[in-house]
Design a protein around this ligand. Sequence first.
Ligand code: FES
Ligand code: MG
Length: 595
Amino acid sequence: MDDDDPEKGAKARLRSRDWFDDRTNPGMTALYLERYQNHEYTREELQSGRPIIGIAQTGSDLAPCNKIHVFLMHRIKAGIRDGGGIPMEFPVHPIHENGKRPTAALDRNLAYLSLVEVLHGYPLDGVVLTTGCDKTTPAMLMGASTVDLPAIVLSGGPMLDGWWKGELAGSGTIIWESRRLLAEGEIDYDEFISRACASAPSLGHCNTMGTASTMNAMAEALGMSLPGCAAIPAPFRERMNMAYETGKRIVAMVAEDLTPSKVLTRKAFENAIRVNTAIGGSTNAPPHLQAIARHVGVELDVHDWQEIGYELPLLLNMQPSGRYLGESFYRAGGIPAVMGELDQAGLLHRDVVTVSGKTLGDTLDGCRSRDHDVIATVDKPLRENAGFLVLSGNLFDSALMKTSVISDAFRERYLNRPDAENVYEARAVVFDGPEHYHAALNDPALEIDENCILFIRGTGCVGYPGSAEVVNMQPPDAILKAGIMHLPTVGDGRQSGTSESPSVLNASPEAVVGGGLALLKTGDRVRLDLNARTLDALVDDEEWAERSANWVPPELTNQTPWQEIYRTNVGQLADGGCLELATAYQKVRRLMPRH
Ligand code: FES
Ligand code: MG
């Protein structure tokens, strides 16, 4: 048996043997064995040379969107056992999008860090990454990318479809709609809550194409989960089967030494960007994919999203870009059907390898949409040019705009301008954070009318901290009552993946680190030019320079030690919001930790 270099491939000695069968150090081997054998495992098993497979458990009472994994665990373990491995489940720092204050985004990098430490410091040869709620998927993929241990994603799957009074009620989308109805006086507080609860009828993550469904789709599109994994609703029998197959497959991946760096290539990211357009995926995908790419060492840039993804069609008719929810998406064929349609049009790299061990092309043969009302074909898409635009100007170096959600009414009003130049000038109204926005929105002194653009700042990675999903601001009540559902909004934070708001978001650099948004004042004129892909404050250079010279960075108050560590080390959303120092660590598994 070859010695300790896992880079030597399948023949290499399993790293777990360094813990459980090191004849040069019987004292340490005994210490490891005596505890691990005392409950779940026998000495014989631990010394058998079978791979030890970690299962990163992201579900818990505090992380309900991933709690399905608590019930899938015995099937994952059965698959690992039947594959010839030994399963070891371990907990992951919980990340629940709706439960964690101030933001779940703050904890993505914390869960990432702790996963790196677990994968590096314990006797593991491969890992099953359980995913679901928004940040859990990127956190798991980032950690596996840094360590580069064989890894496979098991999605928890979306909840069953929600219904309210005979209509589909989707996660998040029902909240935005209910907020408008509440502002218009159409519903009261109790009905608001009943409507929201109706959208969440079972275990699983959000049933719309929000950030959770998007990121699980991205994991599959990148090749990091078995084909068909992402869309299976959490409570379905097929989800149980997928858990078993995933467990079985990771054991073979260890033998093949199929690591994340072999799957997560530049071509795999290009495929994922294309799939994101076709599914109307979340604006949170760019920073998360950027972070995964940086941790695995692949060159990716925020502008790639426009260059590779913009001129592609929207195929999936799922909220917030379309009508349906997760169950319909699954029945129409899920991600393999979307990718099959893109592949038919020659829009994917077929020669990338996936965790299945086959090339993408081999796994897609024969995969097509089973329902063209839910998954359209490239010939007859729901919308052309449906990807993200990447804007720049004197307010930021880059910001994203998701075009698949822009309604016809909004296009007519703001984008398809009669001058055909698509240049829209407006008055800026600036809010310093969501508290200011909520307190001041309906103040007549702000004089908000339909010729205004709403700005929010102080909501990026450093500012919030963690970057908050607050850019999808709804207009004042008076504007809503006048029948205008959206004003253009701009901010250095993010927006919920379930929002259908036509926002310009993820502006980088953010205001608190001196981005141009910091200098904007309510009343300034701004110009949005979608042909030139620019957004600028129309303030003369001298005045702008003076504001810049007089700008004082705001004082930031940290409430926990992690907030301080995070703020000191985090980068900008355009760069993935990573802990910058962590991106220097690559293929950590090459280094065996000391006893
Ligand atoms: Fe957890 Fe949407 S809030 S998946
Ligand atoms: Mg969200």
